[in-house]
Design a protein. Structure first.
Lengths: 290, 228
């Protein structure tokens, strides 16, 4: 009798779960999916949104199974008597446990393979995987250096006389190579809407790529706790049309020329010293420093 | 003490005592954590606000007498150890900085450029300039930088061999110093704008950005812009 009831409950839960999954998985992918972060401002952001859609679809049946089970338990397995009793021990369910462990392991491993593949192709190009990235965009590209310091980001354009700015401007439909570095502690350059997030390590050139598809503004944040003003370490960014970018860059290069003259020669990394950004800043007089 | 024999009364008494003790603990903790940096109010001033500030090599008092610091002269004319300044919105602010610290190199020479002031210039000892070369002369001692206003003014340092340096704040103008003047306009809306020095002047601290660089009241603070 108990076994028949268990089987009936199991079939009901399975049935409801399958129906709900069949309804919600397409909804998650086609209706909710296009609105998932980080949006579609760049090639890489759109790729990450695709990843989030896939992960969302895979997670949907898992969430639905848990919800179906909980709701079913609330509706049909309520304690009716006065006394609260423990249910019977579940024994001899090795086959069921095996399926459960096997299926969940298979799902997680598939996601790991999917995630690794996505990270190491164009969709994950904005993550920055060191000075020699596994995936490197090809073709002509604009190099832009991202310099982090406590507590601001600045941006250097080596092809425009090495000028440095406090806002990040990039052209639309052109491959950008970000060379991310730091002048002091570890920061993280996170251009949210572009799908770019790369650590800024002192003495390291961390390379990330992005190709902006649409014009518009984007936000830049530091994503690595870096001290008192970490929360305020933000900057503004803008994707411009190619013509607008050319005009801005030429004008800014001329305008910034007196300050650019003071800057050290462009390099992928800097080690600031007493004479400027070119040597070892910390001498032996500061033994507590690295 | 018969009243405490009842369980309900006894429970309420315990709760009351526990509540008072918890309140005292919270009051002590939050009192300790709360910033004690005072806000100096310039928002009642009519017309352009004249802000007089000094930067010193060593504060000379308080729990950190050796730390570099900013000070500001309040509307009554007294020097106050504070970096939180309340300013009226949409108003011209004329700043005079008395700079008493010795100069050196910048971590990023970009901060040698003057931006965000009314004419993108500042005057050092009366001489207008748009750029201060950190590797020339005495170098730069500190910067006044408000990121959200695009404001950056490098403060030219005094010589490290100055004969009459100021040893404790507030400094008198009879000590060796440079005077830097500039003006900027506050935004039309209210808001808090953080500012900081971009010279890693917290010597002996990690990357020079600890100590006074990592403490509000010394080398960083807020411009609290309020409706006029």
């Amino acid at each position: 009798m108990a076994a028949a009831t268990e089987r009936r409950d199991g079939i009901r839960i399975l049935g409801v779960w399958l129906v709900l999954s069949a309804i919600f998985m397409p909804i998650v992918y086609f209706v909710w999916g296009p609105h998932l972060p980080p949006g579609g401002m760049s090639d890489q952001a759109a790729g990450q949104r695709f990843d989030n859609r896939v992960l969302g679809v895979v997670a949907t049946p898992v969430v639905l199974l848990v919800c179906t089970f909980l709701v079913y338990a609330l509706l049909f397995w309520r304690q009716t008597g006065e006394e609260i009793e423990d249910g019977p021990y579940i024994t001899n369910k090795v086959k069921f446990s095996g399926w459960w462990v096997g299926l969940t392991t298979f799902t997680v491993l598939c996601l790991a393979v999917f995630g690794t593949y996505e990270l190491e192709n164009n969709n994950g190009a904005g993550t920055g995987s060191g000075p020699r990235p596994i995936f490197a965009a090809s073709g002509p590209m604009l190099p832009v250096q991202v310099i982090a310091q406590q507590w601001r980001f600045t941006f250097r354009y080596p092809t425009y006389g090495g000028m440095e700015t406090t806002s990040l401007m990039i052209p639309q439909n052109e491959e950008i190579q970000f060379n991310v570095t730091s002048l002091d502690v570890i920061h993280s350059f996170w251009a949210y809407q572009l799908g770019v997030k790369a650590d800024a390590n002192p003495g390291v050139n961390n390379i990330a790529f992005v190709k902006a598809l649409h014009t518009g503004k984007f936000n830049i944040l530091c994503a690595e706790l870096c001290g008192l003003w970490h929360g305020a370490m933000t900057a503004n960014g803008q994707v411009m049309s190619q013509a607008s970018f050319d005009s801005w860059a030429t004008q800014t290069e001329a305008q910034e020329a007196p300050v650019t003259k003071l800057l050290p020669k462009y390099s992928t990394v800097y080690s600031p010293d007493e004479a400027g950004a070119g040597g070892n800043y910390y001498g032996s007089q500061y033994p507590v420093n690295p | 003490m018969k009243m405490f024999e009842k369980p309900l009364t006894r429970g309420l008494a315990v709760l009351a005592v526990a509540g008072v003790l918890a309140g005292v603990c919270l009051w002590g903790i939050f009192g300790f954590l709360r910033s004690s940096v005072p806000t100096v109010d310039f928002s009642k001033t009519a017309g352009p606000v004249n802000l007089r500030v000094q930067t010193v090599a060593a504060l000379g008092f308080g729990p950190h007498p050796t730390w570099v610091s900013y000070l500001v002269k309040d509307p009554a004319g007294a020097w106050v150890h504070s970096t939180i300044w309340q300013l009226p919105a949409d108003r011209q602010i004329n700043v005079t900085v008395e700079e008493y610290d010795s100069g050196g190199a910048l971590r990023n020479n970009l901060w040698g450029g003057i931006t965000g002031t009314l004419d993108s210039q500042a005057a050092i000892n009366g001489q207008s300039t748009a750029v201060v070369d950190p590797s020339a002369g005495n170098g730069i001692a500190h910067t006044f930088n408000v990121p959200d206003l695009g404001l950056n003014v490098p403060l030219y340092g005094i010589s490290s061999k100055a004969k009459n340096p100021c040893s404790a704040a507030p400094c008198s103008t009879s000590s060796d110093h440079n005077t830097i003047t500039f003006s900027f306009h506050t935004p039309p809306g209210a808001g808090n704008y953080r500012w900081q020095c971009f010279i890693p002047c917290g010597l002996s601290y990690l990357y020079g950005n600890g100590g006074p660089m990592g403490a509000i009241g010394f080398m960083s603070g807020f411009l609290k812009v309020v409706p006029a």
